[in-house]
Design a protein around this ligand. Structure first.
Ligand code: MG
Length: 261
């Protein structure tokens, strides 16, 4: 009896130390080649159907926004993560960011933030001559896929993310019926192309889906670095890439082209 309790304790201790360790996929990625995206540009136009989450004046659209300082039309990553008060399903998201012009730290400690839909992170990092693990550099889908290329501008220069988050679909049992897909353009250059997401990135375990609501907030990460943001807007988009068809249309797209998810 005593022995079996000891065995249980030993097993618990082993699993506790396992869960405290960082999970690494072990995949040896090829280093993303460097591409010069050209000079920084003026803020992008805001489409007429977009919902502006940060237009330069205040962080009223965000939970915890009061802890992120706004100055001269720009918001600085502050204390704690901010999440949009409004939740969204599948979206097109535009974010402009600049990592600190004063270069401090290295690897994951330099200009780290992140753009989230729900629990899923597209990494923000100063990856301009700053090597880290490739599936954790700027433009990566954190710990799942490196960016196709490293197209970071210099520290302090404005950069853009245009992200399409196609939400995952869960059934009533919480099982994944359709996984999430993510497409990301950084500075107008494709870095994630319709990536099939394997789940939430956990620091200590492989990615895994945990069922959640259809609509989730947009989030910006506080990683202790004063990354700046401006001009943040979203457009809610359809869950289907196929356009709506008139109810009385005699032929449906699936009749001609087959079904498309
Ligand atoms: Mg991050």
């Amino acid at each position: 009896m005593k022995k079996s309790i000891l065995t249980i304790v030993a097993t618990l201790l082993a699993s506790a130390s396992l869960s405290a360790a960082e999970w690494k996929s072990g995949i040896e990625w090829v280093e993303p080649p460097v591409v010069d995206p050209g000079p920084e540009t003026a803020p992008a136009n805001v489409p007429s159907d977009a919902i502006v989450l940060f237009g330069g004046e205040n962080m009223d659209a965000w939970n915890n926004g009061e802890n992120w300082p706004v100055k001269d039309g720009v918001v600085y990553s502050g204390k704690g993560m901010v999440t949009s008060k409004q939740a969204f399903g599948s979206v097109q998201l535009h974010v402009e960011f600049a990592t600190p012009s004063e270069v401090k730290g290295e690897g994951q400690g330099r200009g780290n933030s992140g753009v989230f839909w729900g629990p899923y992170e597209v990494q923000v990092l100063d990856s301009y001559i700053n090597k880290t693990y490739f599936d954790g550099q700027c433009g990566s889908f954190y710990k799942q896929n490196p960016p196709a290329v490293n197209c970071c501008r210099k520290p302090g220069e404005w950069q853009t993310y245009d992200i399409i988050y196609m939400r995952p679909v869960f059934n009533e049992k919480g099982e994944v019926v359709r996984p999430m897909y993510v497409t990301v353009f950084q500075n107008g250059i494709l870095v994630q192309n319709h990536l099939q997401v394997k789940g939430t990135g956990h620091w200590h375990m492989p990615p895994k889906y945990d069922a959640h609501a259809e609509k989730m907030p947009i989030g910006l990460q506080d990683h202790g670095n004063p990354v700046r943001f401006r001009n943040i807007w979203v457009r809610e988009i359809s869950d289907s890439p196929v356009q709506p068809v008139k109810e009385d249309s005699p032929v449906k797209p699936a009749d001609v082209f087959g079904s498309q998810e």
